[in-house]
Design a protein around this ligand. Sequence first.
Ligand code: NAD
Length: 355
Amino acid sequence: MWSEFTYQALPMRVVFGAGRSAHLAEEVTALGLERVLVLCTPGRRDLAERMADGLGRRAIGVFAGARMHVPAETAEAARAAAAELGADGCVAVGGGSTIGLGKAVALRHGLPVVAVPTTYAGSEMTPVWGLTENGVKRTGRDPAVLPRSVVYDPELTLTLPVATSVTSGMNALAHAVEGLYAPDASPIVSLMAEDGARALIEALPRVAADSADLTARSRALYGAWLCGAVLGATTMSLHHKLCHVLGGSLGLPHAEAHTVMLPHTLAYNQPFAPAAVAVLTRVLGERADPARTLWEFAHELGAPHSLSELGVREGDIGAVVEQALANPYANPREVTADGLTALLHRALAGQPPTA
Ligand code: NAD
């Protein structure tokens, strides 16, 4: 029962549906943009070129240099390209790395971003930017970086490999989980978190069984949208903090780090977040506690389950704990060095999550 809350809605336009990216030009035109730079990772260049072709004269170039965690030098290169070409906006076609690059350009030059997400990471729904420099990932919130329009086209996710689909989906689930016990949680956020998590839990096994199942892809992308909206509306806790540290300092791949860590951070917080546990039990069923069920769910879908698989060594843990504790942040349970060290050792070894 909610007795008190604050909810700040974010201004966003969402266009959803298979094939809808064919109408990208309408979104760009509606924003009054005439010279957009299309951003992508090197691997998505063909798709970005297709999008640029569809935009005709409104597209002035493709910058295919987006990289994970937005390294500062990549941001500088994209900003320079946008300035040289006289861009009046960016179209970010890809996952969180590409959308993050669009945000980095928006942060400096104020150029509006139209996002065309092709993973389940959810960055398109948030005013959060990230930049990595000298092994440290800085993040901040700025309304200027929130994409002005988001085109969700499930057809663009058909090429996302099953392994990436599963880890990206777990990344989205992490937003829902942390939104449920966030200090600024609210009834509407919990509704989005529950429905988003349910959609992903139903869809991911179907995607894993048949990656070309467009109905399952649509359901997964719908879930990713809602989970992203949860991320955009709330303050994240221990789980996201740890994943930022692991990504920024050890270069861990983002979605895989979320996948391994989520059951462990949830197990740590579960005894202090009964309302979140109630929602997650409705979504995940009662075969075990939610953290254990999520751990098994990821296993069954073939996801990595230990930090050591991702290249973390025992000797790294001390520095991760130190960095994670350096600045205080919200969390339902007090975060102690001992608690964090034990949690990270379990995650390192791929042991089942415990409180
Ligand atoms: P990503 O964008 O790096 O994509 C992973 C890989 O998948 C890339 O090589 C990409 O080219 C490829 N790919 C993307 N879509 C594809 C498709 N449809 N088919 C085939 N290949 C495809 O990874 P991500 O997990 O989406 O994003 C991670 C980054 O996003 C991290 O830097 C993370 O910090 C950031 N992020 C930020 C926020 C935020 O709110 N600011 C939220 C979530 C993630």
